[in-house]
Write a protein that binds this ligand. Structure first.
Ligand SMILES: Nc1nc2c(ncn2[C@@H]2O[C@H](COP(=O)(O)OP(=O)(O)O)[C@@H](O)[C@H]2O)c(=O)[nH]1
Ligand SMILES: [Mg+2]
Length: 325
């Protein structure tokens, strides 16, 4: 068995880009181990260099395929790429996910690529908190671009995509509902809209519909600094990827260098703080409520109060017993 590495020593190893140390630090962060907090604080202090790109869209819209194809191109340009899949079904293992359709670089065995799947359930202390911690770890680990793939279902997942420097919403033809992003409420969070699978003839319709919707809702302009582009790509034939890479680089400059970008980063920091505070509250409440709740349950059972007022009393009694921080 390997020796237990103190968390701060692990940080130094993470900063040297050691893959095993990065994986270990991520596991500690995911499990929200109290002794990892100091290390995560150190990590946070050193992070903030990477370009974080969130890809969201309904299952089957081609996100994983797109992220793999994009990673290939980023690797050719020399960037190290971290991929966080907030989707247990994303097939990022065992080499090329395109099978024998197109031979790609083997992402899984490339030391310049780090792939991590996050369980959408059961992450101690919340998915959003854990995902953002993993972003920082990869950032300090030397990954230049960090891609987060989230299934566009569920508020948490949409929030995570939104907490990136650049949010890409992926729509695809042939999924029944022509513009899936509308239904899932993702239209307005996009900095870049991508219509995938443009090797298919029905993609033209998806592109036209999406552009029409955006114009109608005036959702293409985010102030003077950014016009949201709509880019058609095919991960199969590679079309559109130069435009996509260009849009991502341009948006990064906007995100880093303008007042709009600064406001957005503050909003992300606020989201992160609130999520972390929420986790802290839940953690402390769970701990102090346990010894009290049975007594309250007895009273509820005897109809000595209603669920709302007794729950209120339980909360007050729980936090009365222990300082929050
Ligand atoms: N025609 C075509 N199909 C694609 C393309 N990209 C992905 N697909 C297919 O769409 C399906 C879903 O892809 P996947 O990347 O797993 O989507 P995700 O669920 O959004 O991650 C798979 O069957 C892919 O082979 C593309 O560029 N063109
Ligand atoms: Mg996927």
């Amino acid at each position: 068995m390997s020796r237990y590495v103190p968390s701060l020593e692990l940080v130094e190893r993470v900063a040297r880009g050691e893959t095993a140390a990065i994986a270990r630090m991520i596991s500690r962060a995911e499990a929200a181990m109290p002794e990892a907090r100091q290390a995560l604080a150190e990590i946070y202090g050193r992070a903030g260099r990477a370009h974080v790109i969130g890809f969201t869209g309904v299952p089957g819209s081609g996100k994983s395929t797109l992220v793999s194809a994009l990673t290939d191109r980023l690797r050719v340009r020399g960037a190290k790429v971290g991929i966080i899949a907030v989707d247990p079904s994303s097939p990022y293992s065992g080499g090329s996910i395109l099978g024998d359709r197109i031979r790609m670089t083997d992402l899984v065995n490339d030391p310049g690529v780090f792939i991590r799947s996050m369980a959408t359930r059961g992450t101690t202390g919340g998915l959003a908190r854990a995902t953002l911690d993993v972003v920082d770890i990869l950032d300090v680990g030397g990954f230049d671009t960090i891609v987060i793939e989230t299934v566009g279902v569920g508020q948490d997942e949409v929030e995570i995509a939104r907490a990136s420097d650049t949010t890409v919403v992926v729509s695809a033809p042939g999924l029944g509902d022509e513009i899936q992003a509308i239904k899932a409420g993702m239209l307005e969070i996009a900095d870049v809209h991508v219509v995938s699978k443009c090797d298919r003839s029905d993609a033209v319709r998806t592109l036209t519909d999406l552009k029409g919707m955006l114009t109608l809702g005036a959702l293409t302009s985010k102030g003077v600094d950014w016009q949201t582009p709509v880019i058609g790509v095919s991960s199969y034939d590679g079309s559109g990827f130069d435009d996509l890479l260009d849009a991502l680089a341009r948006h990064r400059r906007v995100a880093l260098g303008t007042d709009y970008g600064r406001r957005r980063r503050v909003a992300i920091a606020q989201f992160r703080l609130e999520k972390t505070a929420e986790n802290l509250l839940m953690e402390r409440f769970a701990r102090s409520c346990a010894p009290l709740s049975l007594g309250f349950a007895e009273r509820l059972h005897r109809h000595e109060g209603d669920p709302y007022s007794l729950a209120g009393e339980l909360v007050a009694a729980s936090f009365g017993k222990e300082q929050l921080v």
